[in-house]
Design a protein around this ligand. Structure first.
Ligand SMILES: [Zn+2]
Ligand SMILES: [Zn+2]
Length: 394
């Protein structure tokens, strides 16, 4: 009987789908109100030169991320800071699990005597929001009421969104595709996503698929990395991977702003090259925008430029894979001796488009974490997209 009902439903479904297909051909007056329309003036693009590149790790656990309460041996904040400084980091996000302290991060991690920014290492306030439906890192330049965000964690997304807005915090989905603790919330809640978790790049494939879907659907969600370390290790530790931000000023707010604006790229470790991605939109030979930036297309060809900076191996060749709207656009060989690649394309006039980069090549040794480079393999760096015709009011 059950089987018969199921068959009947299947037949009905087939008939109704067939009917819909015919009906669609006979609705000439239908207009989808959400179809892309020409945009008004977009906000001006920020300076490409006024600011500084800073590197850091945005997913680090300290001694406070311990089920049995604070464990001084595990990973003291003073040790984390000393290590971060030793590899040249400008900022760090210590993101302890908030459930171990029932949301009271303020009187635990943030109250630690070592938890203090100085000019050489900016500390972001935050925590790993640890919920039944997944994990997300909160970042803020100043203290906020984290308890309130912890308390709302299992409520409806609309209620969570209200609290998030009230607190003025930045939320970033962690290890969005799992394999455990996948991010089971609406991505409308997040400003960024951890598309590169730990030194094991290959396990992030599904997270990258989710990110691509968010971009393709008009959401400018920034990609960032995070090592997710809980204790010292010679395989995966602070800086595997390393997130770079182009901050307008040398302060914690500018680091958070860069995360919001997508002026961010990710490198395999603190010593691996950094990828920078620029575009010249008015054919004057000067670059006008960088990754994270959004402009209206002109219908004319745009020149894109990819540069690798820092510790580039001059005797090696890198591969620059360009992804356009989720599909492979091109692959370019970049000699380490002259690490610049340029290419041209003409984005459509009205529809949204984006271009992003995946850089592969020789791995860079990380002597402080000696087994990490082998695990990361030939993955060198990842850029955020350059956007065209994305509606800022989306
Ligand atoms: Zn987590
Ligand atoms: Zn974590």
């Amino acid at each position: 009987m059950y089987k018969n009902i199921r068959t009947a439903f299947a037949v009905l479904a087939m008939i109704s789908t067939g009917t819909m297909a015919i009906a669609q051909q006979h609705m000439p007056n239908h207009v989808n109100p959400w179809t892309s329309k020409p945009l008004g003036a977009l906000p001006p693009i920020a300076s490409l030169t006024e600011g500084e590149w800073m590197k850091g790790d945005l997913h680090v656990h300290s001694s406070y991320s311990s089920e049995g309460g604070y464990d001084p041996q595990r990973h003291p904040i003073s040790k984390i800071k000393a290590f971060a400084k030793s590899v040249g980091f400008g900022f760090i996000g210590i993101t302890d699990h908030d459930n171990h302290v029932l949301g009271d991060v303020e009187h635990n991690t943030w109250a630690d005597t070592a938890f203090k920014s100085d000019n050489s290492l900016l500390m972001l306030y935050g925590a790993e929001w640890t919920t039944t439906r997944g994990h997300g890192n909160v970042f803020s330049a100043k203290p906020y009421d984290h308890q309130k965000f912890y308390d709302v964690r299992d409520q409806r997304d609309a209620d969570i969104a209200k609290v998030k807005k009230e607190l003025g915090i930045h939320l970033s989905a962690n290890h969005p595709a799992g394999p455990k603790d996948h991010f089971g919330f609406s991505y409308d809640l997040v400003d960024a996503m951890e598309v590169w978790n730990s030194c094991l790049w290959t396990k992030n494939a599904n997270s990258n698929l989710i990110w691509e879907d968010m971009l393709a659907s008009g959401r400018r969600v920034t990609a960032r990395g995070g090592s997710d370390v809980h204790r010292p290790s010679d395989v995966n530790y602070i800086g595997t991977p390393t997130t770079w931000v182009f901050a307008a000023k040398h302060d914690a707010q500018s680091v958070v702003d860069a995360l919001v604006n997508g002026r961010v790229s990710i490198s395999a470790n603190p010593y691996a090259p950094r990828v920078e991605f620029y575009a010249d939109i008015n054919e004057d030979g000067k670059m006008d925008m960088m990754m994270g930036d959004n402009a209206k297309s002109t219908g004319k060809p745009i020149k894109f430029r990819v540069e690798l900076k820092g510790n580039v191996k001059t005797d090696s060749t890198y591969t620059i894979n360009v992804i356009k709207d989720g599909r492979k656009f091109g692959s370019y060989k970049m000699p380490g001796s002259n690490p610049v690649v340029e290419f041209t394309d003409t984005p459509k006039l009205v529809e949204r488009m984006y271009y992003r980069l995946i850089v592969e090549g020789p791995s860079t040794d990380y002597p402080e974490v000696p087994k990490s480079a082998k695990v990361t393999g030939n993955m060198v760096a990842l850029s955020n997209p350059i956007y065209f015709n994305f509606d800022p009011k989306f």
